[in-house]
Design a protein around this ligand. Structure first.
Ligand code: SF4
Length: 430
């Protein structure tokens, strides 16, 4: 991953050891993020150039979307494409023309590469440029990689936004503006927009926007607040366009949300009394909602296997606000720049592992016997069969969990598997 601080550097600088593992991994690929990205950007079409496996992955991840006309598709590479006998670009041009003719409302087409298209070195950057010139002004073409080679599923969004960042208009305004970067459910975005307005912070723009024509400008007066902890490359692309990153914890839980809002409030010079009067009531509601769940979570031990890149902020929330005990925290990548606001809040001596050696990590989980293990879907069933309770990390990305009003729901996601175990009173798979 470009620009990430290596764990060995971090270990020297931080208060806890960060171990690196570079072995077998069990994660979904970046194509998965198309599901939440296409819900967010409502006039975008995602055209994956891949295999039947890629098509099956998105179709099953999208679930009920098959009943609507979806805004994603897979241009399936055939054997002759893979053997280099056909010009895949011709086929791509044909499919793009079909999408544009059939869906006149589409304003952006993302060309998403996959393992097969990258293996045959199909240059989607060139294709995006060629198609962009052909349909200039009517449809924008953006290419990015959703490939599963050495990636994790949230990186799909990082790569998508990194590519989009290069195309954003330049903001030459003298006035400060806030860019919130990272896909948020519309309901959460609206809540944050209201709070920023009450604090007198603005203009506030969300990236990605709901429509292609509303993508925000970026420039030296853009202040950048990340809403998701897996957007290191997007952040660096925006910083290279002049934006300044506001370091903050991520908006999980009452404490995380307050600190995240405070980072913007400090930049805008919002008086402490204003901040308090705007945030006191929603913060109190969030604290109460979390406290209800904390009765189940207090003293329970939780481990994370590396999957979503949400692991470190969630571990902070669960330890500080829900009184859980932390076991090992695995994360696919440890990017010190975008985790700078989180690291001081973690307990000393915590074991953080970057990357994965699956068998070794599972052995450590078995030895530790945590009350709950957050992991990918493929690992959850075997662990459940051994009597360990699990939580699918992908649920945390598909559920609205950021902000004050979602803090109780976020804690509730972790209580449910524990309550289920208590209700069943036995290890069901044994
Ligand atoms: Fe599989 Fe790669 Fe396609 Fe993802 S991009 S579904 S990992 S072949």
């Amino acid at each position: 991953m470009t620009g990430a601080v290596l764990a060995s550097d971090t270990a020297r600088q931080s208060r806890f050891p960060v171990e690196q593992e570079r072995g077998q991994r069990a994660v979904f690929c970046g194509l998965t993020s198309i599901i939440w990205l296409h819900r967010k950007i409502q006039d975008a079409f995602f055209l994956v150039v891949g295999s039947r496996t890629c098509a099956h992955l998105i179709q099953s991840a999208a679930g009920v979307m098959i009943f609507a006309e979806p805004r994603f598709a897979t241009a399936v590479l055939q054997d002759k494409d893979l053997a280099g006998l056909a010009d895949a670009n011709e086929e791509l041009d044909r499919v793009a023309a079909q999408v544009i003719a059939r869906r006149p409302e589409i304003r952006t087409i993302f060309l998403v590469s996959s393992c097969p298209s990258e293996v045959i070195k199909l240059d989607l950057g060139n294709a995006a440029q060629r198609l962009g010139e052909r349909y200039g002004g009517r449809v924008n073409f953006v290419d990015y990689s959703g490939s599963g080679i050495e990636t994790t599923f949230t990186q799909g969004e990082d790569r998508c936004l990194e590519s989009l960042a290069a195309q954003l208009p330049t903001d030459t305004s003298e006035k400060l503006s806030l860019m919130v970067c990272g896909t948020l459910p519309d309901v959460v975005e609206d809540q944050f927009a209201r709070i920023f307005e009450q604090l007198g912070i603005g203009p506030v723009r969300f990236f990605p926007a709901r429509n292609s024509d509303d993508m925000p400008p970026v420039g030296p007066n853009t202040r950048l607040l990340l809403a998701q902890p897996y957007l290191g490359d997007s952040a660096r692309a925006l910083i290279s366009r002049g934006a300044q990153l506001l370091s903050a914890p991520y908006p999980y839980g009452a404490e995380g949300t307050s600190a995240w809002l405070q980072a913007a409030a400090t930049e805008w010079g919002v008086p402490a009394s204003t901040f308090e009067s705007v945030t006191a009531a929603p913060r109190a509601r969030a604290e109460h909602a979390v406290a209800v769940q904390t009765r189940t979570l207090t003293g329970r031990r939780i481990s994370f296997l590396p999957d979503s890149q949400l692991e470190i902020p969630l571990a902070r929330f669960l330890q500080r606000e829900c009184q859980m005990e932390l076991g090992e925290i695995g994360t696919p990548f440890f990017d010190q720049q975008i985790l700078a606001g989180e690291l001081p809040l973690l307990p000393e001596g915590l074991r953080i592992t970057e990357g994965q050696e699956l068998d070794d990590q599972l052995d450590r989980v078995r030895q530790l016997q945590p009350d709950l293990t957050v992991c990918g879907m493929g690992i959850a069933n075997p662990l459940e069969a051994e009597g360990l309770r699990t939580k699918w990390s992908i649920e945390l990305v598909f559920t609205p969990v950021q902000g004050y009003d979602q803090a109780g729901d976020l804690a509730g996601l972790f209580t449910r598997p524990l309550l289920r175990k208590a209700q069943l009173g036995t290890q069901i798979w044994n």
